[in-house]
Design a protein around this ligand. Sequence first.
Ligand code: S3P
Length: 176
Amino acid sequence: MKNNIILIGFMGAGKSCVGEQLARKLSYKFCDSDKLIEKKSGQTISQIFEKYGEEYFRNMETSLLEDMQTSLNNAVLSTGGGMPLREQNMRLLRELGFVVYLKASRETTIKRLKGDKSRPLLRGDDFEQRVDRLLAARIPVYEKAAHRVIETDDKSINQIVALIMEEWAAIIDKEG
Ligand code: S3P
């Protein structure tokens, strides 16, 4: 397995917070796919969705993952919530390293995302139904894509980070 840890999961699951802290503790590089796409394109995610549509954004995600296959090393990568949806991306993610699904409950997800303006897929007045629809479609995908699922509701960021570090140490140990 490559020397990277990949965090996947729904919007608001804490991928960036956990990823940053995890990278700091391991002295790994921290990468955030949304931030890298924004930097590369010079536009925000919302602008990309508005101007070019979701498919275009998904192509940018795939191309970022392809580039990373040769360049990412000793890194923690936090991904946008839709990253594993494409079969191809799922495979690329698993080839990139240890994939951890941060799983938050529906209630926590709704609490964290209510009023959010930065996520194009959640705009509109039927916010809760949108979340429900997306969660129903995505939970099985996240579970299939992940090497490990961590339920995050009852855990602090520190506890989640510690859990991932434990698992990672065991993997490194086993692989020698
Ligand atoms: C998306 C999640 C967002 C961002 C974009 C699409 C999704 O990232 O990539 O708005 O499809 O779930 P976060 O999961 O970091 O919010």
